[in-house]
Ligand binder design. Sequence first.
Ligand code: ATP
Length: 133
Amino acid sequence: MKTLIVSVVTPDGPVMEDSYEMVSLKAENGELGILPGHIPLVAPLTIGAVRLKGPEQTNRLAVNGGFVEVRPDKVTILAQSAEKPSDIDVERARKAKERAERRLQTKQDDIDFRRAEHALRRAINRLDVIENS
Ligand code: ATP
């Protein structure tokens, strides 16, 4: 089975680099499945899980925004934030989810509402990644 190198970098530094058979991620205009030999492209990412399929298991990362650069032999993810399940603090994510839900229930301007919506999506994404790992 052919593989491609996947490298994930955030403003805090590198998160991981390894070889995988397939990468699935959530670009702004839809889910993207990348196999070795994929045509080169750059796409903006949204809040979502990155699924990394290896020969024995599939690893997941919780990714929040940024860009993916695809080359035939390498996928580079430059994300605002990216966490492996083992690095996700569940309690923190639960609290962030509750906080965002509370904010969404109170009346506020559009910007604050959108900010709370994004915070809610980030928290749910982190909790989903943990649950599916
Ligand atoms: P919080 O309100 O808990 O800070 P957030 O969604 O606003 O959550 P981000 O702005 O997405 O946080 O991320 C800021 C930094 O904190 C990033 O480095 C991110 O990886 C880290 N981070 C955020 N939430 C968690 C979590 N639950 N577990 C581990 N790291 C987290």
